[in-house]
Design a protein around this ligand. Structure first.
Ligand code: CA
Length: 220
């Protein structure tokens, strides 16, 4: 999952960036509103974490403007503004969730998982597919009840394909989802991950649509 982090506090931003990356997210971190606007225009994010007190634009104004332009990325506001009015204003401006600083990283991660579930139209905390079970919280995958060892990228790729079952995803889209600006990507990286997933989970799970991309089909 590709996440945009908008936070001008270097120490806090550094901590969140590290925590999200360690949890398998591909994180792009910007420190002002203008950069956030550019990033949202240029990239396809699955989630955004937005601080409100930014050096150039107020986070709420930024969010309202983006929503008015049709930006549909789920947004979690992260702020020290903690009155009821602040929260209401945040949610009414188009935020999907609101977390007050100081906060616990585990809670931020849990809220981001909940946002992903809601945006994927799936309220269940586990992803189930045939004999396969994926737990986004523990990062575990079970096949026939037996735990399968996946690298963090393999897990992220499987998570992405499973949460969008039935939709073909292009290699380019998968790369954008799995890698942030900080990462170098080899041209065959996605193919290699797909190859490993097939080896570990069975050949028929992921279907290649030649010239288009990859898909995990909905159960028939
Ligand atoms: Ca700030």
């Amino acid at each position: 999952m590709r996440v945009l982090l908008v936070e001008d506090d270097r120490l806090l931003g550094d901590g969140i960036h590290a925590g999200l990356s360690q949890d398998g997210y591909a994180v792009d971190w910007v420190q002002d509103g203008r950069s956030a606007e550019h990033a949202l225009r240029a990239e396809n994010y699955q989630l955004a974490v937005l601080d409100l007190g930014l050096p150039d634009i107020d986070g709420l104004e930024l969010l309202k403007g983006q929503r008015a332009r049709g930006m549909s990325v789920p947004v979690l506001i992260l702020t020290a503004r903690d009155t009821v009015q602040d929260r209401v204003a945040g949610l009414d401006s188009g935020a999907d969730d609101y977390l007050v600083k100081p906060f616990d990283l585990d809670e931020l991660l849990a809220r981001l998982r909940a946002l992903q579930r809601r945006s994927g139209g799936n309220a269940l905390p586990l992803l189930l597919h045939g004999d396969l079970r994926l737990d986004p919280a523990s990062h575990e995958v079970y096949k026939d009840g037996v735990r399968v060892d996946l690298s963090s990228r393999e897990f992220a790729l499987l998570h992405q394909l499973l949460s969008q079952r039935g939709r073909v995803q292009s290699r380019r889209h998968i790369e954008e989802t799995l890698y942030s600006w900080d990462n170098e990507i080899e041209s065959n990286t996605v193919e290699v991950h797909i190859h490993h997933l097939r080896r570990k989970l069975g050949k028929s799970l992921i279907r290649t649509i030649r010239g288009v991309g990859y898909v995990i089909d909905l159960p028939s």
